[in-house]
Design a protein around this ligand. Structure first.
Ligand SMILES: *[C@@H]1O[C@H](CO)[C@@H](O)[C@H](O)[C@H]1NC(C)=O
Ligand SMILES: *[C@@H]1O[C@H](CO)[C@@H](O)[C@H](O)[C@H]1NC(C)=O
Ligand SMILES: *[C@@H]1O[C@H](CO)[C@@H](O)[C@H](O)[C@H]1NC(C)=O
Ligand SMILES: *[C@@H]1O[C@H](CO)[C@@H](O)[C@H](O)[C@H]1NC(C)=O
Length: 499
C-alpha cells in the first residue's frame, strides 16, 4: 500500500513537473528554427555584373524611376553580391539557425532560357551557401522572389502559360547545382502580391494594368508553376539531402468589423490566403468553392462569356494537391473586414463582397500597409491550422518598418508582441509552427518605397559607397532571444507610438 502511494505521488510529481515545463509558453519548442530573410533584388546589387541578364526589376526601375518613391533602384542595394561574407559574419553573430535568401534567375541564366548557364553567377550562390554552412547556418533558398528575366515579360510574363515551363527549366538547374547542400527550398514567394501589384495596380514590376483578368491568369500560371517545381524536386532531387520544399504565401489577419460578421472573416480568408492555399493544402484541392461561384456569378453579371477565374482540370487539381511540405507564411498586418454588396464593375478583390479597413487606433509602421495587430497573427495561424488539418507552418517573414535609427524600440516591441502571439498559438491553441524568420537581416530596397522604409535588424547607409552596416538595438534583442530560446513575457514593453 505504502509503495503504491509512493508510486502515485511520484507519478503525480512527474506529471506536475512535465506540466510546468510543457506549458512554459515563453520558451520555443525543441527543434524550433529561428532565422532572418532577404531576397536577391533587394540586397544583391551588381545588377550588370557577373554576366547577369536583365530582370523585370532592372527594367522597370530603370524605365520608370517615378514609380519608386525616392527614384532609386536595386543597382547596388546592399551590395551583398560583394559583401556576402560580411553578411554571414553578422548572421553568425546573431547565431540564427537558418538564413532565407533568393536566387536571381537572370544571374544564373542570363538569356532566361536554360541554354546558357552562367558559372560565375552560380558560384556566387555556391560560395554563399558554403560560407553559411561553415558557420553552422542552414541555407533556406527561395527560387523565385518576383524577379524573372525581362525577356519573358515581353512575351507576357505570368500571363503566358509558357512561364510554367521556363521556370521549371530554371528550377531544375538550381536543384541540380545546389540541392546537395541545401535542405530547405521555397518555390515561389507571395504569388498574390506579385499578381495584384505587378499586373493590376502597377505598384510593382512589371508594372502592368491588365485589370482583374490579368490577376486571375497570373495566379493560375504561378500555381501551376509551383506544383511543377515541387514535383521536379520531389521526383529527381529530394534524395540528395532529404530536403523539404514548399510555397510562401502572404496571409494578412482579418478581424470582423462587426462582431456578428464572421462570414466576412472567412470570405476574406478564402479569397486571399485560400486562393492558392486551398488548391495545395485542402483535402479536396482546387480553388475555394465560394471563390469559384462568386467569380463565376460576377463575371456573368459583367457580361463575360466565362468566369474570369480559369478552371483547373481534374488532372491539374490532383497534380497540385499536396505539393508543399510546409505552409510558408509571410505575415505583417491585419485588416478589419465587413460584408458589403457585390456589384458589377470591380477590381478582382471586390468579387469577394468583403471590404477591408483599418482601425484608426492601431499603431502604424512607416509602411502605410503595416499596422501593429499581434492578435491578428494568432488568428491567422489558427485559421490556417483549422482549414488545412494543422500543417507544419514556417513563418518566413515578419517584421516592422521605420525610417531611420539604430535605437529601434518600435521594432523590438513589434517583434516581441508578434512572437508572443505565435507562441500562444503554439502552446495554447496547438498550432504546428516550426520556424520563424524576421524580415529582414539588413535594411534594403523596399520595392516601390525605395530606401525610404527600413525593415532591417541592421542599419545600412545607402549613401556610403561602402554600404556600411550598423547593428540596431533589435539585433541585440533578437540575438538574446536566439541565445536563450526564450521570450521574456514579463518584460515591460515600451509603449508603441504612432510614427
Ligand atoms: C553597370 O551599371 C552601372 C550603373 O548602376 C553603370 O555605371 C556601369 O557602367 C554598368 N557597367 C556595365 C559594364 O555596363
Ligand atoms: C534519405 O532518406 C532515405 C530513406 O529514409 C535514406 O535511405 C537515405 O540515406 C537518406 N539520404 C540522405 C542524404 O540522408
Ligand atoms: C449584425 O448586427 C447588426 C447590428 O446589430 C445588424 O444590422 C446586422 O443585420 C447583423 N448581421 C448579421 C449577419 O447578423
Ligand atoms: C552615411 O555615409 C555618408 C558618406 O560616408 C556620411 O556622410 C553619412 O554621415 C553617413 N550617414 C550615417 C547615418 O551614418
Amino acid at each position: 500500500m505504502a509503495s503504491y502511494l509512493f508510486l502515485r505521488v511520484a507519478v503525480s510529481f512527474i506529471f506536475i513537473v512535465t506540466y510546468i515545463f510543457a506549458t512554459d509558453t515563453s520558451s520555443f519548442p525543441k527543434n524550433f528554427l529561428l532565422g532572418t530573410s532577404s531576397s536577391a533584388y533587394q540586397i544583391e546589387g551588381a545588377w550588370n555584373e557577373s554576366d547577369k541578364g536583365e530582370s523585370i526589376w532592372d527594367w522597370w526601375t530603370h524605365e520608370n524611376p517615378n514609380f519608386i518613391s525616392d527614384g532609386s533602384n536595386g543597382d547596388v542595394a546592399c551590395d551583398s553580391f560583394h559583401k556576402y561574407k560580411e553578411d554571414v559574419k553578422l548572421l553568425n553573430d546573431l547565431k540564427v539557425d537558418f538564413y532565407r535568401f533568393s536566387i536571381s534567375w537572370s544571374r544564373i541564366l542570363p538569356t532566361g532560357y536554360a541554354n546558357v548557364i552562367n558559372q560565375e553567377g552560380l558560384n556566387y550562390y555556391k560560395n554563399l551557401i558554403d560560407e553559411l554552412l561553415a558557420n553552422g547556418i542552414e541555407p533556406f533558398v527561395t527560387l523565385y522572389h518576383w524577379d524573372h528575366p525581362e525577356i519573358f515579360e515581353r512575351m507576357g510574363g505570368w500571363t503566358n502559360e509558357m512561364m510554367v515551363e521556363w521556370i521549371s527549366d530554371y528550377a531544375r538547374i538550381v536543384f541540380k547545382e545546389l540541392s546537395p547542400k541545401v535542405k530547405y527550398f521555397a518555390t515561389l514567394n507571395e504569388p498574390n502580391v506579385l499578381c495584384e501589384e505587378g499586373y493590376e495596380t502597377k505598384i510593382k514590376a512589371p508594372g502592368k494594368n491588365l485589370g482583374s483578368p490579368g490577376v486571375f491568369l497570373c495566379m493560375h500560371n504561378m500555381l501551376k508553376a509551383h506544383a511543377k517545381i515541387y514535383h521536379i524536386y520531389d521526383e529527381e532531387f529530394r534524395k540528395h539531402r532529404n530536403g523539404t520544399i514548399g510555397i510562401v504565401l502572404p496571409c494578412s489577419g482579418a478581424l470582423p468589423k462587426y462582431l456578428n460578421d464572421t462570414a466576412a472573416v472567412d470570405m476574406h480568408f478564402q479569397f486571399k490566403c485560400g486562393w492558392i492555399a486551398h488548391a495545395i493544402f485542402s483535402n479536396t484541392g482546387d480553388y475555394p468553392q465560394i471563390m469559384k461561384s462568386h467569380v463565376a456569378e460576377n463575371s456573368k453579371l459583367a457580361g463575360y462569356p466565362r468566369s474570369l477565374l480559369p478552371e483547373l482540370s481534374s488532372e491539374w487539381v490532383q497534380y497540385i494537391k499536396g505539393t508543399s511540405d510546409f505552409f510558408g507564411l509571410n505575415h505583417y498586418s491585419t485588416w478589419l473586414v465587413e460584408t458589403v454588396p457585390r456589384t458589377k464593375e470591380q477590381e478582382w478583390y471586390a468579387y469577394s463582397g468583403v471590404k477591408e479597413s483599418r482601425d484608426p487606433s492601431w499603431p502604424k509602421a512607416a509602411s502605410k500597409w503595416l499596422n501593429v495587430v499581434p492578435s491578428g497573427f494568432r488568428e491567422i495561424i489558427n485559421k490556417i491550422a483549422r482549414e488545412y488539418d494543422n500543417p507544419p507552418i514556417y513563418i518566413l517573414e515578419n517584421g516592422f518598418s521605420d525610417r531611420c535609427c539604430t535605437f529601434d524600440y518600435l521594432r523590438i516591441s513589434y517583434l516581441h508582441s508578434y512572437i508572443k502571439a505565435m507562441l500562444l498559438a503554439i502552446y495554447e491553441d496547438g498550432c504546428n509552427v516550426q520556424a520563424y524568420s524576421v524580415w529582414s537581416l539588413l535594411d534594403n530596397f523596399e520595392w516601390s518605397a525605395g530606401y525610404t522604409e527600413r525593415f532591417g535588424l541592421i542599419h545600412v547607409n545607402f549613401t556610403d559607397s561602402n554600404r556600411k552596416r550598423t547593428p540596431k538595438w533589435s539585433m541585440d534583442w533578437y540575438k538574446d532571444v536566439i541565445a536563450t530560446r526564450k521570450l521574456n513575457f514579463t518584460w515591460e514593453l515600451p509603449t508603441i507610438i504612432h510614427i
